[in-house]
Design a protein around this ligand. Sequence first.
Ligand SMILES: O=C(O)[C@H](O)[C@@H](O)[C@H](O)[C@H](O)COP(=O)(O)O
Length: 262
Amino acid sequence: MPTAPNLYSFDNPTDLVKNLRAFIIDAQNSSLERHDVFRVAVSGGSLPKTMGEALLMKGTSKEDTPQFAKWEIFYADERAVPLDHEDSNHRLVKEEFLDKIPEDMDKPTVFPIDTKYLDDVQEMADQYEKTLVKSFAARDSVRIPMFDLILLGCGPDGHTCSLFPGSPLLRETEAWVLPIFDSPKPPPKRITLSLPVASHGIKIGYLATGAGKKEILQKIFDTEEGRGLPCGLVNEFAGERVSWFTDSAATEGVSFPSRSTL
Ligand SMILES: O=C(O)[C@H](O)[C@@H](O)[C@H](O)[C@H](O)COP(=O)(O)O
C-alpha cells in the first residue's frame, strides 16, 4: 500500500527553487550510482523556467552539481508543432534551460519529437515510444520504462502531461506514449506519456505555484473527486515517490496532513 505523496509548500520562490534543485540533484546522484545515466522526463507550462533557475545555480561541490553529460532528457508531453514554434515544449526547455547552460559545462542529451510526423500524431507517438524503447528496453528489458525522474505540472482542471480529466487515454495500460487529437488545452494535437509510465517514475516532482492552483490543489488533496483526476491518480499510484513543490498561495486552505518542508 503506497504511502502519501510529499507536499512541500514554500513561503518564497528562492526557497522553492533551492529545494527543487536539491530534489533533482539527489535523484541524479542515486541514478548515477545505480546505472550511470540519469533519465528525466519533463513537461511544459511553468516548469521549464523554474527547472532552469534551479539547475543553473552554481553548485558548491561535485555532489551538488548537475552532471549533464549523463543526463537524457525526454518529453513527458509535447505539442505537435515545429520545434521552434511558440507552442513547443522543446523550444521552452531550450530557451529557459538548455541554451543557458554555461559554456564550460557539459550538455544533456535531449530527445525531441520527430517533426517528420507533425501531420500524423499516432505515428509521432509510436516513433517517440521507439525512442524510449531504444533508451530503456535495450538496457533494462522493461515492460514499463521507469524514468529516474519525471517533472510535471498540474493544470487548473487537474490534468497532467497531456492526460486530461475524463479522457479514455487514462485507461491505457499497454502503450508508453499516446497521441491526442483534440486536447482541451490548445494546441489540440499532442503526444503524452501514458498514465502507467507517468506514475512509474522512481521520483516524480510536481511544480504548482500561485493562487491559480489553490482550488485544484484543494480538490486533489482533499476530495474524492480530486483523487480521480489525472494528478490525483499519479498521487495514488506513486504515493511517496511523488513530491509536490508548491507555495503558500497555492496551498492556502489545503488540509492535507503531511504538508512540510524538505
Ligand atoms: O504542455 C503542456 O500543456 C503541459 O505539459 C501541461 O501538462 C502543463 O504542465 C500544465 O498545464 C501545467 O502548466 P502550468 O505549470 O503552466 O500551470
